[in-house]
Write a protein that binds this ligand. Structure first.
Ligand code: CA
Length: 225
């Protein structure tokens, strides 16, 4: 397995590189964000270990660029202690795991192995169906490039349907995942919210993306309607 390590602190880079090699990985090292991004674009890696604070481009910039190009190799982020903002931003940008410095090399290797077991399935940060776009991290919804204001609950229903675009999703499943398990109101609430969504993301744009499948549930068309 080939790993790219992007770390600007020479002694740490060397220690990590040695530990990874000892664990059987092939390792390439980049000492700044620009070089890291270049290597990540140029070669194919099974995983990346990415420091956040880097000269040139930050680890977050590198991550954003890779994910926006549809590169899904697992990324483990290294951050300074207590950098919860960076950690949250990294996870929202599509990082898979993180470690705060100082960390144990043994744990780093184990985390990396765990990530490699999962492989690199597509896990887009922004959800799309045609020109309907949803960014869960920014809580932002767009249709045809125009921002659409949604309430938290509308957003949650749309996100759930978008994650299953093209599939028929039973009303009960939406209810189970979007409302609390102890919700004991009228299950037709789902219908009400689908109605709200149609008025906001479909009707004004002349679309019909959320289909009712009689007796089965709803289907959000993968082409956005
Ligand atoms: Ca650094």
């Amino acid at each position: 397995m080939r790993v790219l390590l992007v770390e600007d602190e020479p002694s740490l880079a060397e220690t990590v590189e040695r530990a990874l090699r000892r664990a059987g990985f092939a390792v390439d090292v980049a000492a700044d964000g620009v070089d890291g991004l270049h290597q990540a674009r140029e070669f194919v890696y099974d995983a990346l270990v990415l420091d956040v604070m880097l000269p040139g481009l930050s680890g977050l910039d590198v991550l954003r660029d890779l994910r926006s190009r549809g590169q899904w190799a697992p990324v483990l982020i290294l951050t300074a202690r207590d950098d919860s903002k960076d950690i949250a931003a990294a996870l929202d940008l599509g990082a898979d795991d993180y470690l705060t410095k100082p960390f144990s090399l043994e744990v780093l290797v184990a985390r990396l192995r765990a990530l490699l077991r999962r492989g690199a399935p597509e896990r887009p940060v922004v959800l799309n169906a045609g020109d309907l776009r949803l960014d869960p991290a920014l809580r932002r919804c767009e249709r045809a490039g125009q921002q659409v204001a949604l309430t938290a609950r509308e957003f949650a229903v749309l996100e759930f349907l978008l994650r299953r675009a093209g599939e028929v999703v039973p009303k009960a499943t939406v209810l189970e995942h979007v409302w609390d398990t102890n919700f004991d109101g009228d299950p037709n609430i789902v219908e009400v919210y689908v109605g709200y969504l149609r008025k906001k993301v479909d009707a004004p744009f002349g679309r019909r993306s959320i289909e009712t499948v009689r007796g089965a549930g709803y289907r959000l068309r993968s082409d956005g309607g």
